[in-house]
Design a protein around this ligand. Structure first.
Ligand code: SMG
Ligand code: MG
Length: 368
């Protein structure tokens, strides 16, 4: 396929409730929607970089620059056999995985539409439903947290992740554990600790958690290895794993026992599948992370999580958990067994709601 035109849209969408992590609190979520056009067909991709460089160094503005000035010019009007080729072709740009992943997603959507195949099938997915959970941000108090969790359980979610940070770890996790002794529960620190102050994390070991996600710095596999040696609970890495090579190295040195896979963080769905394949061959459980995606990115996450190695519930919640208004016609809903259906239509399997998209758009750029 040959992409003859690209369009970028900077979107800002209002969250139903604020989302607070160890690195900040947001009320609105920004992202870039990428359109790849050829022969009357459009492929959509979502770049998950946010307005601020809190989760990673990428922002909407850095991704916009990298897409406009480097990535798009490199593939515009060029013959591309398969989206998997982008990893090599875009290798001349160091880093910026979210920008690359958004572009690659648009090509996957386009290829699926050209071939009449859903993304799930193109990636090697097998499940028609994907097990999911919900990620709960930091709340005002432990009792407020318990109430919020209770509300999600009532909606049917069977796995809960809570955000933690120093001073808000053992109290919060203990409160949820006391209220729900058998709940599938995990915590995510988003790199808020250093090995020296990890004593509070050791206390979490008695709470029967599924995993402790990304406790230490994103560039520090080695100290994660030291921490994992002191914990019975598996460490799961998120921010630290930017490629299949990182995944291999983290597993080799015992820095984690579980990996959170996000296509945006690792430069695209192809690399995400490579990490999945590596982990499957070593019987390392993986699960699909979330970046508060719109319906576009959520469709891609569901397709990815339908691969056989995704044995833990993903951070892929129903549409109504996120935005007051989404940009897709489709609404992803939670089934009674805490699953969401894998999209079955060609490509991402979603269609855009044009008026909603217009309302969310802050800026657009068409190339050429
Ligand atoms: O998409 O449901 C979701 C959010 C899941 O907690 C979530 N993501 O570190 O795993 C993580 C965070 C990063 C997103 S912060 C905007
Ligand atoms: Mg995380």
């Amino acid at each position: 396929m040959k992409i003859t035109q690209f369009a970028l849209r900077h979107l800002r969408m209002a969250l139903r409730t604020p989302f607070e992590t160890s690195f900040g609190r947001i009320q609105t979520r920004d992202c870039i929607l990428i359109e790849a056009r050829t022969d009357g067909l459009t492929g959509y991709g979502e770049c998950v970089a946010d307005a601020d460089p809190g989760y990673s160094y990428e922002t909407v503005q850095t991704a916009w620059h990298i897409l406009r000035d480097f990535l798009i010019p490199a593939i515009l009007n060029q013959e591309i056999q398969h989206p998997g080729q982008l990893r090599q072709r875009l290798n001349f740009v160091r880093g910026h995985p979210m920008a690359k992943a958004g572009l690659e997603m648009a090509l996957w959507d386009l290829m699926g539409k050209l071939q009449g195949q859903p993304l799930s099938a193109l990636l090697g997915g097998q499940r028609r439903q994907v097990e999911v959970g919900v990620s709960v941000g930091l709340q005002e108090s432990p009792s407020a947290l318990v109430k919020t969790v209770e509300n999600y359980l009532a909606q049917g979610y069977k796995r809960i992740k809570i955000k933690i940070k120093p001073g808000r770890d053992i109290t919060d996790a203990q409160a949820v554990r006391n209220a729900f002794p058998h709940l599938l529960l995990q915590v995510d620190a988003n790199s808020a600790y250093r090995l020296e102050d990890a004593h509070s994390l050791l206390q979490l070991d008695d709470l029967n958690l599924l995993l402790i996600e990304q406790p230490l710095a994103e560039d520090d596999l080695w100290d994660h290895h030291h921490l994992q040696a002191q914990l019975r609970t598996p460490i799961c890495l998120d921010e630290s794993i930017l490629s299949a090579r990182h995944a291999r190295q983290a597993l080799e040195i015992g820095a984690c026992r579980i990996i959170n896979i996000k296509a945006g963080r690792v430069g695209g769905l192809s690399e995400a599948v490579a990490i999945h394949d590596l982990c499957l061959s070593q019987q390392i459980p993986v699960w699909c992370g979330g970046m508060l995606e719109t319906g576009v990115g959520r469709a891609a996450n569901l397709a990815l999580a339908s691969l056989p190695g995704f044995t833990l519930p993903g951070d892929i919640s129903a549409s109504d958990r996120y935005y007051t208004e989404d940009i897709t016609q489709e609404r992803f809903v939670l089934n009674a067994d805490s699953t969401i259906d894998t999209p079955t239509l060609p490509g991402l399997g979603i269609s855009i709601d044009p008026p909603a998209l217009e309302r969310a758009t802050l800026a657009t750029l068409t190339l050429p």
